[in-house]
Write a protein that binds this ligand. Structure first.
Ligand code: UDP
Length: 261
């Protein structure tokens, strides 16, 4: 498959066209941003780990019948994905209250929620991804009622599956963000899961110590982000075939990849 032109560049990923109009290549960058792009840096090796972790989660989700955009991983930083029209809503799913929820509503950090809570944010960096209600989605036709009903069902299944998957490796899934897209299918448009699922988009705490194994290490200046993401990958069994892969090796591999480009 031939890699074509860059068609979109986001904060953490780049999308390239391919010779097949229905497929694109998703490239994982090392850039880290937080607080609506105010805080920015590059963390060598982050893209490599997110590519592997997201591939692992999305292929597991495929196996339980959650349709998603992943076709296959190409190399350390790239995967082939189905080209979809992204729904301009970020779906936040919370199992434990932390982050913006605790600040906004004065809920105590770490409060375990009785049921998973879904929040909607408009996907618009210029506006700082504002929180919206379900009715805003219908009022401004960002998605239809039928689409949101289907998405909500998928979200609860994805959450159930991921909570269990992470619990099995000693990690609590605190919250995460999902994006969905429309895939053209014989004139119809099917809604499928898109984007990435990785420690950049999830909050993951060690089950025993509550150590943060996610992007909060960058947001809160806790350091050691690569060792934390590597720990997540190792626990999920992703780095099994390279059990000696350390943060240093991942960094080396990613710079070799960079030189090749
Ligand atoms: N999240 C994300 N991208 C965003 C906003 C949130 O991936 O643009 C994820 C974030 O990593 C966390 C969850 O969604 O796992 C809930 O985020 P919250 O609203 O608490 O974010 P904060 O404002 O605290 O970063």
């Amino acid at each position: 498959m031939k890699k074509g032109k860059k068609i979109y560049e986001g904060k953490a990923k780049i999308i390239y066209s391919t010779s097949d109009k229905n497929l694109v290549i998703q490239y994982f960058k090392d850039d880290a941003t937080a607080f609506n792009n105010v805080k920015r840096t590059t963390i060598e090796g982050k893209g490599v780990l997110n590519n592997r972790i997201s591939e692992h989660i999305l292929s597991n989700l495929s196996q339980i019948g959650i349709q998603n955009h992943l076709v296959k991983r190409l190399n350390m930083r790239e995967q082939v994905i189905k080209f979809v029209e992204i729904i301009p809503v970020e779906f936040i799913i919370r199992n434990v209250a932390t982050g913006s929820l605790t600040k906004r509503l004065g809920i105590e950090d770490g409060t375990v929620l009785k049921e998973p809570l879904i929040e909607y944010c408009l996907k618009d960096d210029k506006l700082g991804d504002p929180l919206i209600s379900e009715d805003h989605i219908y009022a401004f036709e960002w998605a239809s009622k039928k689409e949101i009903e289907k998405i909500k069902k998928m979200i609860f299944r994805i959450n159930d599956f991921m909570v269990g998957m992470f619990r099995g490796v000693g990690i609590k899934l605190i919250d995460f963000k999902l994006e969905f897209g429309r895939l053209k299918n014989n004139g119809k448009k099917d809604v499928i899961l898109a984007d990435e699922i990785s420690p950049d988009t999830c909050r993951l705490w060690d089950s025993i110590t509550d150590k943060k194994l996610d992007k909060d290490r960058f947001r809160k200046d806790l350091g050691d982000l690569i060792p934390a993401y590597t720990e997540v990958a190792k626990r999920l069994g992703i780095l099994h075939e390279q059990s000696n892969v350390s943060a240093v090796n991942i960094t080396k591999l990613s710079s070799v990849n960079k030189k090749r480009r």
